[in-house]
Design a protein around this ligand. Sequence first.
Ligand SMILES: Nc1ncnc2c1ncn2[C@@H]1O[C@H](COP(=O)(O)OP(=O)(O)OP(=O)(O)O)[C@@H](O)[C@H]1O
Length: 585
Amino acid sequence: MRALRHLNKYFLKYKYRLLIGLVITVIARIFSTLVPTIVGDSVDIVEKYINNDVTDISQVKNGLIINILLILGAVLISALFTFLMRQTFIVVSRFIEFDLKNEVFQHYERLSLNFYKKNRTGDLMNRISEDVSKVRMYVGPAIMYSVNTITLFVVVIGYMISIAPELTLYTVAPLPILSVSIYKLSVAIHNRSTVVQEFLSKLTTFTQESFSGITVIKAYGIEPQTNQNFTELSSTSKSKNLDLAKVQALFFPLMVLLIGFSNILVIYIGGKQYLDGTIQEIGVIVQFILYVNMLTWPVATVGWVSSIVQQAEASQVRINEFLSQEPEIVNTVTQKTPIQGNIKFKDVSFIYDDTNITALKSISFEINKGETIGIIGKTGSGKSTILDLLGRLYDVSSGVIEIDGRSITDTNLFDLRNHIGYVPQDAFLFSDSIKNNIKFGKEDATDEEVYQAAKNAVVHKNIVGFTNGYDTILGERGITLSGGQKQRVSIARAIIKDPSILLFDDCLSAVDTETEEEIMSNLGKISKDKTTFIVSHRVSTTKNADKIIVIDDGQITQQGTHNQLITEDGYYKELYLKQLDEKEI
Ligand SMILES: Nc1ncnc2c1ncn2[C@@H]1O[C@H](COP(=O)(O)OP(=O)(O)OP(=O)(O)O)[C@@H](O)[C@H]1O
C-alpha cells in the first residue's frame, strides 16, 4: 500500500465529496436492511393468523398492506441513495484519474530526451492509460465497495446478533470461504487477463506496423507471409482469451454455490431452532435468508477488492517510478535572459551516455549575431549533436557553450528555446492542418504571417495548389506531403517564429537545387540579424555562409569561408569537386 500513498493528496483534495459519499452509503444501506425486517414481520402477521392468535382478517390485510408500502418506500429510498453513492465515489475516481493523467503527462514532458531513449513509447503510453485506469479502480469501485461492505456488515450483523446470536454464527461461518475463493479467482482472472492484454497489444502493434508499412509489404510481395504471421499471433491470442473465459465462467457459479450453502444452513439450523423453541417466529428464518443473500455480494467483493488493490498498488509503483525521475536538463535561472545570438563553443566534448559514443571532441568555434555558419561533414560525424547541444536537448560532457558571453547553463532555459527556431533532419508534422502546423512556431500568427513564412520557405505555391489550401489536413487521415514539401513546411514553422537563432539540420536534402537556391536566397534576407546554423551534406547549401566548419569523427578538421576551403586540400575541396561533377552546385 506504500505506493498508493501518492494518491492521498487527491483524497484530501476531494475530501468533502468523499465524506458526502460516506454518509450517502450509510443511509442507502440502512434503508436496504429495513426490507428483510419488514418481510419477516409480514410472515409473522400471517403466522399469527394461521395459529389463530389473530382472527380478524381485515387486521391482517391492513398490516400486510402497510408493510408492502413500507418495503416500497425503503427500496425506493435505498435505490436513490445507491445511485447517489455511485455518483459520488465513481465521479471522484474519474476526477482523480483525470488529475493523475495530467500529472503524469506534465511530468513526462519535463523529462529530458535521454528518458525517452531509455524507455519505450509503448511503455510510456501504458503507464499513463492502463496503469492509471487500474489505479482508478482503487480510488473508485474499491473504496466504494469497501465502505458499502463495512456499513452493511455493521448494520446487518449487529441486527442479526441481536435477534438470534447462534443462528448468526452458523449463517456467517461460510462467508469467509466465499471471500477467499473470490480473491483467488480474481487473482487468476487478473493474471490471465494480463496475458490477454499483452497479446492484444502485440496484435495491435503488428497490425499498425503492417498498415503503416503497407507500401513495403506490397512492393516486396510478402502479403502471404504477413497473413501467416497475423494468423499465428491471433490464434495464440484466441487460446489465451479462452483460458481467461474459463476462469471468468467460474465466478458466478461459485457465488451461487456458496449462497445456496448458506441458505441451506439457515433453513436447517433455523428450522431446528424453531422446532426446539429457541426461535419463536418463522419470520426470523425468512429474515435471515434475506440477510444472507444481502451479505453475499459484499462478502464476495472483499476478495475482489483485495485483488483490485493489489493491481492498483503494482500499477502505482510503475507510475511512481517515472514520477520520481528528475529531468536531467533543468532551468536554474528564474529571471529572464535577453538573447542576442553571439555564440561560442569552447572545447566542447560530448558523450551519449546510453551508447557511450563520443560524438564531439574538443570543439571550439565562434559565431556572431547576424552571421551564418555552415557545418559540413560525413554522416555520423557529429553535426546534429552540435545543434542539439545548442538547444540544450543534452548538456555538454565537458567544455562550455556561451551565448552572449554567458554559459547556456546560466541562461534561462525557456528564453533560450524561445529564441531558437529549429528545423530537424526528419521533418515532423502533426496530424493537423498545414496552417496549424506552421502556426506551431507562433500560435498567435495571422494568416498573412503564415503565408509569408510559407512563401519564404518556397512552399506557398504547393499549398495553394491543394483543394483545401492551408486547411489541408496532414497525417494518417489527410494527405501525405512529399519529403521536400514536409521539409519546407517545417522551415516555414521555424521562420514564422522570428527567432534570434536559426538551426537548420540538413533540412534541404529532399529539395531540388533550384528550389534550394530560392530558399537560401530568402533565408539570406530573413536571417540578416539572426545567427544561423546550416548543417548539410551539400556544398551548395553552405557556400554563402560567413564561416564553414568541417567535422570529421567529432572533431573540426577544417574551417574558413567557401572560397578559402576550396583552395585547401581536404574533405571540403573533395566534396566540392565531386558535387561540381554531379552538377549539384
Ligand atoms: N540519440 C543518440 N544516442 C546515442 N548516440 C547517438 C545519438 N544521436 C547520435 N548518436 C551518435 O553520435 C554520433 C554523431 O551523430 P550525429 O547525429 O551528431 O551525426 P551527424 O553528423 O548529424 O550525422 P548525419 O549526417 O547522418 O545526420 C554518431 O555516431 C551517432 O551514432
